[in-house]
Write a protein that binds this ligand. Sequence first.
Ligand code: BES
Ligand code: MN
Ligand code: ZN
Length: 502
Amino acid sequence: MPHQPHRLIPASFTPGPSLTLRTRVEITPDFGRSATIAGYAVSSDGPVPPAIGLDRAALTDAGFTGAVGQTLVLTRASAPTLVAIGVGGQGQLTTATLRDASAAFARAGRHGRHLATDLMSAVSGLDPVAASAAVVEGALLARYRYLELKTKTTEVPLEALDLVGSTAHPDGVTRGLALARATALARDLAAAPPSHLTATVFGDFAETLAPQFGLEVSVFDKAELIDLGCGGLLGVNAGSIEEPRMIEVRYRPSGQPTGHLALVGKGIMYDSGGIALKPGDVTHLAMKMDMSGAGAIFAAMTALAELGCTNAVTGYLMCTDNMPSGSATAMGDVLTIRGGTTVEVKNTDAEGRLVMADGLVLATEEGVDAIVDLATLTGAALVSLGPMMAALFGNEQGIVDQVRAASDLTDETVWQLPLDRRYRNQLDSDVADMSNLGGPFAGATTAALFLADFVGDTPWAHIDMCGPMQSDSDDSWRTKGPTGFGARLLVELALGFRPPAS
Ligand code: BES
Ligand code: MN
Ligand code: ZN
């Protein structure tokens, strides 16, 4: 039985917009009559579209230069509201800035249920599928809100989006919808309060959702994790009244797989720090999102069947909370990871690497072509790179480069840091094979070096998404709160994945 604090805090999870995402996206020849907000691309240098009804001088007087991210709302009596959408210099849009422009438009028109835009007409030289997807992603993700726990709201849902003109591509619409829905699901999971989305509830939810998205899900409970020897996950769970779960998610393409990719996700449902309790400040508030890696992996996998992924993908979601109590793992305790490696726990707040180690060993045993892991692992990654990008490490440049290429497509920025083995001795332990704590410097690197010990020779890339897991503000496709970082990146990675040459 899952722990139920009392009936007013149900141990249950209601996804928000992700599964009810009902935005109808259509390609239309003209603006038509039904949209209440009409957005026109306006460049910073070329002619102003006549429909705007203003010349360049008037736009400039209103402070609108046409830069990407700028919008000018022109309200009119008894006619659709017009929005001038800045697209920068003529022909200069990239897929990323197009996504930004679309997000800015959707926010400028946040009171409208039905938006139409000719943004695709401003595109030149971009892949029409990727560009159409970017317009859809930008608009839908900008309008995302987690409202499940609000009893009152004035938010207006985006019910319909028309892509006006002949340059939009229907495959791009499908792709954009799938990617936006996956990202929304990753955000929902991260936004859910810790007592609502426990490891047990996540497991049940994954099982329920699996058939709908062509996935197979096996959930391993505490007894099964003991049989598997997942001492990292069990050790982190030791202080909790909630059971841990390892959620194995499998996607198999209909034909012979072109490759097999494993995804391992950190699923700390709440990271209190354990016995090494975190200070009582706002860091605690972010720690319900310490399962963002696992959430993004599950969310990404829900898009694979729909987008016809030809690779087999197996996800390992390592789920538990990290709590202090009389039964909690103490500092100095030694855990045995699956496969037999012993780890001295020098800090119970360095719990992510402990649960990830079990997952990486499981993935390695599968004989996959490559492993990519996603984890909110270290504050050090946030300190060094800030909230706009994740730290990327790897033991094989081929898979690292595939992650970078996917990241370029989705504008979820990653930055490679060195996996410098000279720091490995910081993880030495006097009593066990290794310790879970490095020294005071290069904390993201020593965490990555810890993980590297568990992947053997399998090509592996590690994404430490501590920084970009959340956003302080609405900013392009990001909304304030959990960003769903990694969901789109992993979909693109899985779609384009080729086994690295060995
Ligand atoms: N979940 C945290 C990392 C984190 C911090 C994520 C802030 C998101 C926002 C992780 O488990 C942690 O506590 N890391 C420690 C490691 C240290 C004890 C070696 C950290 O970064 O301080
Ligand atoms: Mn921690
Ligand atoms: Zn953590």
